[in-house]
Design a protein around this ligand. Structure first.
Ligand SMILES: [Ca+2]
Length: 283
């Protein structure tokens, strides 16, 4: 028996309706697919390290260090668990053409919009102020020379250096290098060579920078490093003979992360252990 034309039309109509419905279902499911909620943290938190677990340094993407004193997990100054202690001396072995003890936190997972945070402690006896500067965190693009954005210290002040061209740089004062006290620094960046770039910074919950505009050279997205890089020591001495810094609660989030996610105490006690190691160098 041949089906009537009206039955065929009705069948096609119902099939089309079912397809539309299934497509809608898929779209509703997809946003959460592949994203896991990690502990009590937001799903957009990519990395969180409080140095309390076993082998915490292995969670970094890469270590750049030259001596035994360069990087160690130690008791946190002031108590409350462990922290990472970075130390740099003028006669340390050469690492990538200069004096540095730096850890790359994230590289290939960096997206256009990112959140970065850490607690940092400058000991008065290991971090005496001087005229010559050093980098304490940087966003570095492969084969692009100097970092497009970095936090530096000089003469007892913390400065953000940001640029989108090699020969143009903007230095913004963010406040004093407070000694013997933990500081919490949160950085929100829309990495861009163009006018849609954004750089926001909070120190101890207070916003100290909101800058629109390019913060990246015209090229690939950067990797994010923390630690100490003092280029002057590669060629000459300065007025100090060491730099000691402690880092704790290092975090990285992608778009959708909030300031609260980057500073919450809940995450501090429930670290996200995201293994990002692709290569580790112990020299
Ligand atoms: Ca800790």
């Amino acid at each position: 028996m041949k089906p009537s034309t009206s039955k065929i039309v009705l069948s096609i109509f119902l099939s089309a309706l079912l397809l539309v419905y299934m497509q809608k279902e898929l779209e509703e499911i997809n946003p959460s697919m592949g994203v896991e909620s990690v502990g009590n943290a937001t799903a957009s938190l990519l990395f969180s390290q409080n140095f309390e677990g076993s082998d915490p340094l292995a969670s970094f993407h890469r270590l750049e260090l030259g001596a035994r004193h360069s990087l160690n997990v130690v008791e946190r100054p002031g108590g409350g668990g462990k922290a990472a202690r970075y130390e740099l001396r003028p006669n340390d072995p050469d690492v990538k053409g200069s004096r540095r003890v730096e850890t790359t936190v994230v590289k290939r997972k960096v997206e256009k919009e990112m959140w970065y945070a850490f607690d940092i402690y400058f000991p008065a006896d290991g971090y005496v102020d001087e005229e010559n500067d050093e980098v304490i965190t940087q966003w570095h693009q492969s084969d692009m020379g100097s970092p497009s954005a970095s936090l530096r210290t000089r003469r007892g002040r913390i400065t953000m250096t940001v640029r989108d061209e090699q020969d143009e740089k903007e230095k913004i004062d963010l406040g004093p290098v407070t000694k013997n006290k933990w500081l919490n620094i949160v950085m929100h960046m829309v990495h861009s060579y163009g006018s849609d770039g954004l750089t926001e910074i909070w120190v101890d919950g207070k916003q100290v920078l909101s800058r629109k505009g390019g913060n990246l050279f015209d090229g690939a997205l950067p990797k994010w490093k923390i630690g100490i890089y003092k280029s002057r020591w590669a060629s000459e001495a300065t007025t100090v003979d060491k730099r000691v810094l402690y880092f704790d609660n290092v975090r990285v989030g992608t778009a959708g992360t909030t300031l609260a996610d980057m500073t919450s105490e809940t995450v501090r006690s429930n670290p996200v252990r995201t293994k990002l190691v692709e290569e580790s160098v112990h020299q």
